[in-house]
Design a binder for this molecule. Structure first.
Ligand code: 3PG
Ligand code: MG
Length: 395
């Protein structure tokens, strides 16, 4: 794989696939710009070499035609400020005017293309569409790790039209950090798994059972474990058909000598709302009309102790409904513990996945852990051992 550092972009026009799929509020303001900030070093290196940049990305999941709320024009202002360069915008990602704008770029200039997914050909991996895109640059740089699990026109299919294919800094850092955790972890190695569904995390958990010393399970999926173990979970999240699987995972962990930590208490609510009534009960003793929305204080204490003793930490998925401040306490406490282990014990901490990454960033901890991944699904699939089309395309 060609690295960015090994390539001189002087006089070249780089066509960069970035993942600028960032959340916007209803005023079209960016509410988490992590993915954009992460890509700045790649863009700056190319500009500093004396090259120019054509940036292409998707935003959201438009239905196959232009939709104002998914326009990348909303990113032009913020990106210009971040780069200190007046970013130009092409209101179509292919066609004559986009081509003319790209051809007119001078060294040091940046052009952002309109949302690739305004063409259904993008997600279909259409070869003709990929070829049109390829004409916009001399060299293809893939820095969209967050979209590397998609075999789309701009992420993978386009590679065949370039002799020079370069791995961006984000892509490289993501792969290096994931590999460090999977292949080279200092021990004890603890994985913290959360989020709503076991079904989303089953493959990664199975993979991790061969790697980790400790497995902490929290968040929505822990209630399926509690139920499978014979507890009452009231109206909490349940994947009824995953109970046998949950017990099987616990058995497997035992055979492999992995210590599993499940919640011992929960913060429960009488409604799915921030202002709902709250109480703390032992896990598995949730009254019928109540639901668990967070881990409880005793669980926080136990999980934090395990984290404190760890030298490698992989965290994917929140411990509760952290979007509600009253039920974010468990997630924030785990974030505290991970930061502490990183700063005081020199642990290597990798935060993966959309929600846990937002939780860490929202708490202002982004710079105090070892690495916050820009990938959700992509990181999971990479860690499950799958070949990512966007990575394979760089070889
Ligand atoms: C993401 O946010 O998961 C990536 O940008 C990929 O987007 P997608 O899940 O809509 O393909
Ligand atoms: Mg996704």
């Amino acid at each position: 794989m060609k690295t960015l550092d090994a390539y001189n972009f002087s006089g070249k026009r780089a066509l960069i696939r970035v993942d600028f799929n960032v959340p916007l509020n209803n005023k079209f303001e960016i509410t988490d710009d992590t993915r954009m900030k992460a890509t700045l070093p790649t863009i700056n290196k190319i500009l500093k070499d004396g090259g120019s940049c054509v940036l292409m990305s998707h935003l959201g999941r438009p239905k196959g035609g232009p939709e104002d709320k998914y326009s990348l024009k909303h990113l032009v202002g913020p990106l210009s400020i971040m780069l200190g360069v007046a970013v130009k915008f092409a209101d179509d990602c292919i066609g004559e005017s986009a081509q003319a704008q790209a051809d007119a770029l001078k060294p040091g200039e940046v052009l952002l293309l309109e949302n690739l997914r305004f063409y259904k050909e993008e997600e279909k991996g259409d070869v003709g569409f990929a070829e049109k895109l390829s004409k916009l640059g001399d060299v293809w740089v893939n820095d969209a790790f967050g979209t590397a699990h998609r075999a789309h026109a701009s992420t993978a299919v386009i590679a065949q039209f370039f002799t020079d294919k370069v791995c961006g800094y984000v892509m490289q850092a993501e792969l290096d950090n994931a590999q460090r955790v999977l292949e080279n972890a200092d021990r004890p190695f603890t994985a913290i798994m959360g989020g709503a569904k076991i079904s989303d995390k089953i493959l990664i958990i199975e993979k991790l059972l061969d790697k980790v010393d400790n497995l902490i399970i929290g968040g929505g999926m822990a209630y399926t474990f509690a139920k499978a173990k014979g507890g009452n979970i009231g109206k909490s999240l349940l994947e009824a058909d995953k109970q046998a699987l949950a017990l099987e995972l616990l058995e497997k962990a035992k055979t492999k000598g992995v210590q599993v930590y499940l919640p011992v208490d929960n913060v429960i609510a009488d409604d799915f709302a921030n202002e709902a009534n709250r109480q703390v009960v032992p896990t598995g003793e949730i009254p019928d009309s109540w639901e668990g929305l967070d881990i409880g204080p005793e669980t926080v204490k136990q999980f934090s102790e395990v984290v404190a003793q760890s030298r490698t930490i992989l965290w994917n998925g929140p411990m509760g409904v952290f979007e509600f401040p009253n039920f974010a306490i468990g997630t924030n406490a785990i974030a505290d513990a991970v930061v502490k282990a990183t700063e005081e014990n020199d642990a290597f901490s990798l935060i993966g996945g959309g929600d846990s990454a937002s939780a860490v960033n929202n708490a202002g901890y982004g710079d105090r852990v070892s690495y916050v991944s820009t990938g959700g699904g992509a990181l999971l699939e990479y860690m499950e051992g799958k070949t990512l089309p966007g990575v394979a395309a760089l070889d």
